[in-house]
Design a protein around this ligand. Structure first.
Ligand SMILES: *Cc1c(COP(=O)(O)O)cnc(C)c1O
Length: 531
């Protein structure tokens, strides 16, 4: 995925890395940071990691479909494969490597107890196509987790199968569409989305054929209630509101918002990605929410996306429960069962969200987390997450520029006004953090704040690490303002294995397939093949 390698000069006085001034090593390695080729470039024809007996001659039934050429798999010995993937894994910064302050992502420690439970063979080694009679325990685990999600949120039903937050949004909005259709009001096509919303909210609504209407934030960083009320009408299907919102603030007027939306005949979708800030403290059901996804990989400490599948169960209100997707898990006379039809008389399942029943490994981890914390522990999670974020806010507020007045919830938001007239941008600042050994915070999101820096320390970082992080940011902010280090900021990161990549090109034209014909001897970095 390396699109280009910036070979600009390193920081004056410091050893430049990957820059022209860097001492060239014979191998291209830097210390014990090893350069890594693609596995296809390492493989050798005819080499194999396992000894397989010659296949017994069998009658060829493929005819003209028989492959003539080589299959093209890289040929490597087992130690080469192990070393390749181990080295790749070391290039990936992870929560297990250090503080990961990515706002809105709740990158907190995944307790190893969760991992131990998920690996119990009765839970880890089962298959979704096994007969239901052989997976009674797994179904009981899913139902127990469902029970606690409903209890914690104060909601009567939950759809367990969505595989991520965004998938949960889709499930919840499909339930709303089904409910409107059942009411004969399928013509309601407008979905109101505050301008601070995560991009998945408008994307979900648009993907389902709704028309998205943005609602501005007020000067306090909350949804502008007057503008919201003015936008309500007979065309409005729903509002999608995040609480706490993506500015890290509690939407104080949420009850008023819920009442107004309901009075106008709409539904209230709550984006629950920030549930970590209120888990055990607030029941979204009490706030008038009709449905809300819960990112198990955020609040309940299961691995995130690239580190494992996520999971986004959706809790549903009484009004939406009957539209919950298949399968419904029920306990009958013969034990647990998976029903396709739904268990209430007027059930009208909206369909299936995925082939099977959800992410079993995430369910076991989340349940292990919930049960090991208990009610008091979960409440403390929320309190500590909010305390840590406010501590960061208090420590940084004189050197960085807080976006809004007053305390925050689980994450604190700054704008780029502290960099005014320095010529240094939020991006430069974030890249300089990499040289200091910190994964940057979320940048340029939410969009309602100029040059946003969104920091979420989470509750699992101790005071020493948070202090060191704050000291580093204060030092960087002062250097930025001093005007003496601008070139360093512009050149950062200087100590990372790669400098600044063309991230737009990488996102728009990712090179996902290796083709030997793409490369000529002496070619530089991989380039996109002409299609
Ligand atoms: C993370 C997040 C999402 C999307 O969740 P995924 O699990 O990544 O699909 C949606 N909204 C907000 C506010 C988020 O932070």
């Amino acid at each position: 995925m390396v699109q280009s390698l910036d070979r600009s000069q390193g920081r004056a006085g410091a050893p430049a890395v990957n820059g022209d001034a860097a001492p060239a090593t014979f191998t291209g390695n830097r210390g014990l940071q090893l350069e890594e080729k693609l596995i296809f470039e390492m493989g050798q024809h005819g080499r194999c990691g396992v000894d397989l007996p010659e296949p017994v001659a069998a009658k060829d039934r493929l005819g003209a479909l028989r492959r003539e050429g080589e299959i093209g798999l890289p040929g490597l010995a087992e130690p080469q494969v192990v070393q390749h993937y181990t080295r790749l894994s070391q290039k990936n910064f992870a929560i297990d490597s250090g503080l990961y302050p990515l706002g809105s992502c709740t990158m907190k420690h995944n307790p190893r107890l969760n991992e131990k439970i998920a690996r119990l063979s009765g839970l880890g080694d089962i298959h979704p196509l096994q007969p239901v009679s052989t997976v009674q325990g797994a179904l009981a685990v899913i139902d127990t987790l469902a029970h606690w999600l409903k209890t914690l949120t104060g909601m009567p039903a939950v759809a367990m199968s969505p595989a991520a937050g965004a998938h949960g949004e889709m499930c919840g909005m499909m339930a709303i569409a089904a409910a409107l259709e059942a009411r004969g009001e399928g013509h309601r096509k407008t979905v109101l989305v505050p301008e601070s919303a995560h991009g998945t909210n408008p994307a979900t609504a648009a993907a389902l054929g709704f028309v998205v209407k943005g609602i501005p934030a007020d000067s306090r960083g909350r949804v502008d209630v007057a503008a919201l009320k003015a936008a309500l009408g007979p065309d409005v299907a729903a509002i999608m509101l995040t609480n706490p919102n993506t500015c890290g603030l509690f939407e104080n007027d949420i009850r008023e918002v819920a009442d107004a939306v309901h009075a106008a005949g709409g539904y209230f979708y709550c984006d629950g990605a920030n549930y970590n800030a209120i888990v055990g403290k607030v029941r979204p059901g009490d706030l008038g929410v009709d449905c809300m996804h819960i990112n198990l990989h955020k609040t309940f400490s299961t691995p995130h996306g690239g580190g494992g599948p996520g999971a986004g169960p959706v809790v549903l209100s009484e009004r939406l429960a009957r539209f919950a997707p298949r399968p419904w898990i029920v306990r009958g006379e013969n034990g647990w069962d998976l029903l396709e039809k739904g268990i209430v008389d007027d059930a009208a399942p909206l369909g299936r969200m995925k082939a099977f029943h959800g992410q079993m490994g995430m369910f076991t981890r989340a349940l292990a987390y919930i049960l090991s914390h208990g009610a008091d522990g979960l409440r403390q999670v929320a309190e500590d997450a909010v305390l840590n974020a406010n501590y960061v806010l208090a420590r940084l507020k004189n050197d960085l520029s807080p976006a809004f007045d007053g305390p925050c919830m689980h994450e604190c938001l700054f704008d780029d006004s502290f960099l005014k007239d320095t010529g240094i941008t939020t991006l430069d600042f974030a890249k300089a953090m990499i040289d200091e050994g910190y994964h940057p915070m979320t940048m340029y999101f939410p969009l309602v704040v100029h040059g946003a820096l969104l920091i979420e320390p989470t509750e699992t970082q101790g005071k020493e690490e948070i202090d060191k992080f704050c000291d580093t940011l204060i030092d960087l902010a002062r250097r930025a303002k001093s005007g003496t280090a601008t070139a360093d900021f512009k050149a950062a990161p200087m100590l990372a294995p790669r400098r600044r990549l063309d991230e737009t090109l990488a996102a728009r034209k990712p090179v996902l397939r290796w083709r030997p014909t793409n490369r000529e001897p002496g070619d530089g970095p991989l380039r996109q093949a002409a299609e």
